[in-house]
Design a protein around this ligand. Structure first.
Ligand code: SF4
Length: 427
């Protein structure tokens, strides 16, 4: 592996500045009279919020950041002392612990209390319970957008109008009441057009992994690339500039035939290409990534990078039909797909990205991802003929990351791929 000596990429610097500026704004929000809404990543209404100048706070992002900064163990411990069971999603417990410890966010600044809990979740019932807990803590209204599950694997016109109707009769009036501003559809359309521009460039970045070697890691590296679009920035000029820069940096890596940058520098040799299902572990994120990089394994596609939108399957926010496009977005996020649709998508990834295999990281906390993963594993293996592997960890609870276990399983898994290759060569 070649140690990366170059200065940080422009895009990385820009992303850091964007995040810092957002949390600065949040820290000043109350003093400056800005309203803020707590809301979730899958099925977020970022453009609608910004059209009312409302600042979003995303509890999942705070939880994962707490995990990366080594704070989640204490927060989860505190939440369990307060009576939350060991089986509850650790994002929820991490958030509750953070809240009870002063609600200090990832940049060390205190987060503002919400003016609204905007429950526009997709696919996971835990989100509803999560805001029930927060509703007891804060004196603010809760507004819910109910997003129907894609049980039959499609979005029907009646599902779309059901969501649009709620936007018109519940969500928009609640935002108007909170901010004292009238709904401005022209402004919303302008913001949606910006989102679509950024989404085009994100797709180009994700699809660059079809090259050999792949210039990116689409799971460990991918979580950085999806950050701005999946969180508070999708509709901003900063996001458009970030994705333009990122795309040109990645295209330059392709031109130079370079592999991805890993925690130990640039990967010299791509030995295995894998597709990964499930969220990463955040408490030992770099260690987990290194286990792949040390073996020369590159993740060429992942489901986690679709949790806030399936842009690579063609969806773009469409400024010409603002509320319908928000409805389609919410219903189209990965965790809103039924299991057969997930199997189809993952099998396509294995084939389209010419992966050597398919690997599941099953996280203990998350029923939304973990339910059905063994079935998915067997189905994808059967359809693609490529070997599947299975490791277990957790999102932000360090008690469930067993480094030696995971390393052993990964090593055996990569040996299995070698055996398959040898059989293929001799057969
Ligand atoms: S169970 Fe999974 S999808 Fe649901 S809130 Fe927790 S991490 Fe998110």
């Amino acid at each position: 592996m070649t140690k990366a000596t170059a200065a940080k990429d422009l895009s990385q610097e820009r992303q850091k500045q964007m995040i810092a500026a957002h949390f600065d704004k949040l820290a000043r929000a109350k003093a400056e009279g800005h309203k803020c809404a707590y809301t979730f990543v899958p099925g977020n209404l970022t453009e609608l919020l910004l059209s009312f100048d409302v600042l979003p706070v995303l509890p999942e992002i705070n939880a994962l950041q707490s995990g990366m900064r080594g704070k989640s163990r204490d927060y989860i411990g505190l939440a369990e002392k307060l009576g939350h069971s060991e089986d509850v999603c650790t994002y929820v417990k991490c958030d509750v612990g953070m809240l009870r410890s002063g609600n200090v966010g990832p940049t060390g600044q205190r987060l503002p209390d919400p003016d609204m809990l905007l429950l526009s979740y997709t696919g996971c019932f835990t989100f509803l319970k999560w805001f029930e807990i927060l509703a007891e803590e804060y004196d603010c209204p809760t507004t819910m957008l109910h997003v129907p599950y894609q049980g039959d694997g499609e979005i029907t016109p009646s599902m779309r109008s059901y969501v649009v109707d709620q936007l018109k009769t519940k969500v928009i009036p609640a935002l108007e009441k909170m901010t004292g501003k009238a709904y401005d559809e022209d402004r919303l359309s302008e913001l949606l057009a910006r989102s679509a521009q950024a989404e085009d460039d994100l797709v180009a970045v994700l699809e660059s992994a079809k090259n050999r070697p792949s210039p990116i890691d689409s799971y460990f590296g991918g979580v950085y690339y999806i950050g701005p679009i999946f969180t508070s920035f999708r509709d901003t000029e900063d996001a458009v500039a970030y994705y333009r820069e990122l795309r040109s940096e990645v295209e330059e890596r392709v031109r130079l035939g370079k592999g991805p940058v890993t925690p130990d520098g640039e990967l010299d040799e791509e030995r295995y290409r894998v597709v990964v299902e499930g969220p990463p572990n955040w408490t030992s994120f770099r260690e987990f990534w290194k286990m792949f990089a040390d073996e020369g394994a590159v993740v060429v596609a992942s489901s986690y990078t679709k949790v806030g939108g399936l842009y690579d399957q063609g969806f773009r926010h469409d400024p010409s039909r603002p509320l319908e496009t928000l409805a389609d977005y919410c219903m189209g996020c990965y965790t809103n797909l039924n299991l057969p649709s997930r199997v189809d998508l993952l099998s396509r990834y294995v084939q389209d990205y010419e992966a050597d295999g398919f690997l599941v990281n099953s996280v203990k906390s998350c029923n939304s991802f973990s339910a059905g993963q063994l079935m998915i594993l067997r189905e994808v293996e059967a359809r693609t003929g490529r070997p599947g592997g299975f490791v277990e960890s957790d999102l932000v609870d360090p008690r469930y990351f067993s480094a030696s276990n995971i390393k052993n399983r990964l090593e055996s898994y990569f040996q299995m791929i070698e055996q398959k290759r040898a059989q293929g060569a001799s057969g």
